[in-house]
Design a protein around this ligand. Structure first.
Ligand SMILES: [Zn+2]
Length: 203
């Protein structure tokens, strides 16, 4: 089956979303164009609006609509402790646990050479600058146990070895984005309680 060029372009664009293959992308495109143009308009303007307003916090790379995000802006947060997370969803989970009072650094991914995600894409240079310029005394690597995340944690741990900072690691299973609940926050609270200093881990 062939579609119009604009329909093809929409299908291709939808396929860039995680977990969306060509069949689902085609189904979504046809749903929006054939049956639900109201929703299509809403989706289009919401996306445009978000693209205009949302940007990465220049300090911690969290998504924000203000100049600095609300955590970087909060004078009550412990400025000496920095928690490194893969994405804003994990950050939200840690916040929900109510057991972390420092600030964050968001990688927006983990190392994945096959997808072209290297240290530069994860902002590792910015992370090192942040640590050395902001008097940070402890960096907690809060990444899950997937192979790429472990490799990322190891890489960052090595990169920070020469800096005057305590390096710690917590692990928790990746949460389903947008479905954080009490159980997730309990898991994270336990993970934080089970924090291990890098170099002193049992495994
Ligand atoms: Zn921030």
């Amino acid at each position: 089956m062939s579609y119009t060029p604009a329909t093809e372009a929409l299908i291709l664009a939808l396929q860039t979303l995680p977990g969306v293959g060509v069949r689902s992308a085609a189904r979504m495109a046809l749903q929006l164009l054939e049956r639900d143009t109201n929703s299509a308009q809403k989706l289009s303007s919401a996306l445009q609006n978000a693209l205009e307003k949302v940007h990465k916090c220049p300090r911690c790379r969290s998504l924000t609509e203000s100049e600095l995000c609300n955590i970087c802006n909060n004078p009550d947060r412990d400025i000496e402790t920095l928690c490194v997370v893969a994405n804003d969803s994990d950050k939200a989970g840690i916040e929900m646990s109510g057991h972390f009072f420092g600030r964050y650094f968001v990688l927006h991914g983990v190392l994945s050479p096959i997808d072209g995600i290297g240290p530069e894409q994860l902002g590792i240079g910015d992370l090192k600058t942040l640590i050395t310029t902001q008097n940070i005394s402890e960096v907690i690597l809060a990444l899950d146990e997937q192979m790429e995340s472990e490799a990322t944690a190891h890489y960052i741990g090595e990169q920070l070895r020469s800096l005057d900072v305590t390096r710690s690691r917590i692990r928790f299973n990746q949460m389903k984005s947008g479905s954080l609940d009490k159980a997730d926050s309990h898991i994270i609270a336990n993970a934080l309680a089970d924090k291990k200093e890098i170099g002193f881990e049992h495994d």
